[in-house]
Design a protein around this ligand. Structure first.
Ligand SMILES: C[S@@+](CC[C@H](N)C(=O)[O-])C[C@H]1O[C@@H](n2cnc3c(N)ncnc32)[C@H](O)[C@@H]1O
Length: 211
């Protein structure tokens, strides 16, 4: 059960309408969230190539409007447990400083080597990896944060500590290519979860914990 919090800011103008419900990445995001078999080796190769190619220009997308939903999630989505924060699909690191302000240690993990190469060395420990098979022990992450990143529910559930928090952010809300509604994140995760959701800047967010 996810409770929607009231919006605190005004929606900024000119939200880029990057993707509607029929966008191929939007469909892939849904498939992967609800069917582990949808993440095939061929798809993994294609996704890595796609983001490797976009990496040199990616940091131009990091506007303040895009950062607002994560900041709101960190401010109102708590409690945020102490310990390791795993940032999935960290890209060129636009969100990592905000996470480093809240968590002791941030692992900034991405499939794309080029994205990581264009990210600053600090803050956050950059790790190349696939979020469907994380190089982490069961229950070792106090928080897992996904900003415009693919949700692999079984692996997120395995790695997140019992009292851990899962934060999902879509920087452009319903117009984000990698988008899931808060209710879909809740439905896709194994077991019973509860939490809060909100809107800020151009985006949407959800923070979930096991019920
Ligand atoms: C839309 S970008 C978002 C990047 C960053 N979070 C941002 O908002 O600017 C998605 C990122 O997820 C990464 N990614 C895609 N599939 C992944 C996987 N299976 N494991 C880890 N990262 C993945 C891509 O390489 C890309 O950097």
């Amino acid at each position: 059960m996810i409770k929607e919090l009231p919006r605190l800011d005004e929606m900024p103008p000119d939200r880029p309408e990057m993707a509607g419900p029929d966008h191929p990445i939007r469909k892939m995001t849904q498939q992967i969230a609800f069917d582990p078999a949808a993440w095939t080796p061929e798809r993994k190769t294609k996704v890595a190539e796609l983001f490797d190619a976009m990496a040199p220009e990616w940091s131009k997308r990091a506007t303040i409007e895009r950062r607002e939903p994560l900041r709101d999630a960190l401010a109102r989505g708590g409690p945020l447990p102490r310990g390791l924060c795993v940032e999935i699909g960290s890209g060129t690191g636009a969100s990592t400083p905000d996470l480093a302000d809240h968590f002791e240690t941030v692992m900034a993990l991405d499939l794309s080597r080029e994205m990581l190469r264009h990210a600053p060395a600090q803050p956050g420990h950059r790790v190349q990896g696939d979020a469907s098979t994380l190089p982490l022990a069961d229950g070792s992450a106090a928080s897992i944060v996904l900003v415009n990143a693919l949700l692999f529910p079984i692996e997120m559930d395995r790695v997140l500590a019992e009292q851990g928090t899962l934060i999902w952010v879509s920087s452009l809300g319903e117009f984000t290519p990698i988008y899931l509604a808060a209710a879909d994140v809740d439905k896709a995760m194994p077991g019973e979860w509860s939490g809060v959701a909100g809107r800020a800047g151009w985006g949407t967010w959800a923070a979930l914990r096991r019920s």
